[in-house]
Design a protein around this ligand. Structure first.
Ligand SMILES: Cc1cc2nc3c(=O)[nH]c(=O)nc-3n(C[C@H](O)[C@H](O)[C@H](O)COP(=O)(O)OP(=O)(O)OC[C@H]3O[C@@H](n4cnc5c(N)ncnc54)[C@H](O)[C@@H]3O)c2cc1C
Length: 436
């Protein structure tokens, strides 16, 4: 398999940038043939929408799986789709939404591969009803350095199945995935927008929405204390059209935004503008799924907005009993003045994921972006870690580039069990940090 050194490889947060050796296979057979003879350390990657270092590996070959993007089979009776691991949710939705089918879970971007969605066991705004992506996975083909090709299902290989769902690419190379699609009545959604003035308002609306709305999410203005924000809840429209989203002829950020563009004043202005835009005008509307589920996908490379130094995303989950921790996190952030363009607060439901390292837990998840200001930002994130840890919460590895081994161990009780399934030749910078 042909590979070459490529400079400046980074993940979505663009903090770590370095040379990597990368292979871009187009066929599963290329990967299989290479793996038969090679003892090289490796890490499969998808569309590189993870923020930190779980998709980077200083001393391994990165295998870019996005070229393996074909559908293998689809059964309309069981709604089970089998496709190569590089097939993206973007393509899946474009092909299947007009047929009334959709992935049961989709994260806030559709530019993710099936392999990446499995490896991070991604969640969407509908965790209450659908659980994580892993809940829809029926099986996959895994290429291991010790056992070769393995067809993995929950019945045939329960331990490997559980370790690979949310397994961060460390249990082997996923070549293809079988998932069960869900039926949707249309490609449109009936959306309601409700402003709230503090966190209690959020908790009340979230509780009242759990049974009645499939998709819920809140945006919080974290430049002010208290948790003022906007709650969005939506259901698929029963009588809407069935149109796929538009192909990417998307706006692009041509250059990195200058670092001085991000300061407390611009952050405050942005948050105020966003709040006003969301809460004026019609608060009940019908929208296509794209702006509801993937609002940021309309601007390609929006990560350049944070300038050349990149940014940290911080996403934590805390149990339902730890509401005070959400309050403490937001207070710390407001006091720090570091702010964030987008602070997203969602509820997670009780549905269990099959994955050992799956991130969601029943309760709340808060996700924020922080422009990288070096030590100052890292100190703030350490403070947030302490709150999350006291609340018995955890951080999301897909968004992380700095989590410590102790924090990982505190958040993930199955970490040691997971480690037993790691493929000896798979490694990422994330894993090197948390496992040694
Ligand atoms: C705007 C935005 C919004 C997001 N919103 C959400 C959200 O709402 N919920 C959520 O859960 N996540 C969210 N994410 C994170 C994103 O969904 C995950 O990081 C996802 O896993 C990225 O998929 P990818 O194809 O880009 O994989 P990559 O980022 O390239 O890789 C992710 C992991 O998967 C592994 N991997 C990839 N392909 C394979 C393979 N074939 N075999 C084995 N391992 C593999 C990699 O080694 C790595 O550990 C968001 C990201 C962005 C940029």
């Amino acid at each position: 398999m042909f590979s070459q050194a490529e400079p400046g490889i980074s993940s979505w947060g663009r903090i770590i940038r370095r040379e990597h050796e990368i292979a871009h296979p187009r066929f599963a057979e290329e990967v299989r043939a290479w793996a038969r003879d090679s003892k090289q350390a490796r890490l499969a990657i998808g569309l590189r929408r993870s923020y930190g270092d779980s998709g980077l590996s200083a001393d391994a070959l990165l295998i870019d799986m996005s070229g393996l993007d074909r559908i293998i089979s689809f059964d309309p009776h069981t709604r089970i789709l089998r496709a190569e691991a590089g097939f993206s949710l973007d393509e899946l939705m474009r092909l299947f939404a007009p047929r009334g089918l959709f992935p049961s879970t989709c994260p806030g971007t559709r530019f993710v591969t099936l392999g990446g969605a499995v490896a991070n066991d991604v969640h969407g705004k509908n965790h209450y009803s659908a659980g994580t992506f892993g809940c829809s996975v029926r099986g996959f083909t895994l290429l291991r350095s010790d056992r070769g090709l393995i067809e993995v299902t929950p019945e045939s290989e329960p331990e490997l199945f559980a370790a690979t769902i949310g397994g961060l690419g460390l249990t082997g190379i996923i070549l293809d995935v079988s998932i069960e699609l869900t039926a949707i009545p249309s490609s449109e959604m009936d959306v309601e927008i409700t402003p709230f003035s503090d966190l209690n308002g959020f908790f009340d609306i979230a509780a009242a929405s759990e049974d009645r709305f499939e998709h819920t999410v809140a945006w919080i203005d974290c430049t002010v204390a208290g948790g003022k924000g906007v709650f969005q809840r939506a259901n698929w429209a029963a009588d809407g059209a069935r149109n796929p989203h538009k192909p990417p002829g998307l706006a692009r950020l041509p250059i990195d935004a200058p670092n001085f563009a991000l300061n407390p004043l611009t952050l405050k202005a942005f948050n105020t503008l966003y709040y006003t835009a969301q809460t004026t005008g019609d608060r009940s509307k019908r929208l296509h799924y794209a702006p509801v589920l993937h609002p940021l996908d309309s601007i390609h490379d929006w990560n350049r907005l944070y300038g050349g130094r990149g940014f940290y995303q911080y996403q934590c989950a805390v149990p339902a009993s730890a509401r005070e921790a959400v309050r403490d996190l937001l207070d710390w952030i407001a006091r720090s003045g570091e702010g964030s363009f987008l602070a997203v607060l969602k509820s997670f439901g009780p549905k269990q994921s099959p994955g050992l390292l799956s991130f969601p837990m029943e309760g709340y998840t808060l996700a924020l972006d922080f422009p990288n200001r070096g030590e100052r930002t890292l100190r703030l994130l350490d403070e947030l870690d302490a709150i999350v840890r006291r609340a018995h919460g955890r951080l999301y590895p897909a968004k992380d580039g700095r989590i410590s081994r102790a924090m990982m161990q505190a958040g993930y009780s199955e970490l040691d069990r997971f480690a037993a399934s790691v493929d000896a030749l798979c490694r990422s910078d994330f894993w090197t940090r948390v496992s040694t």
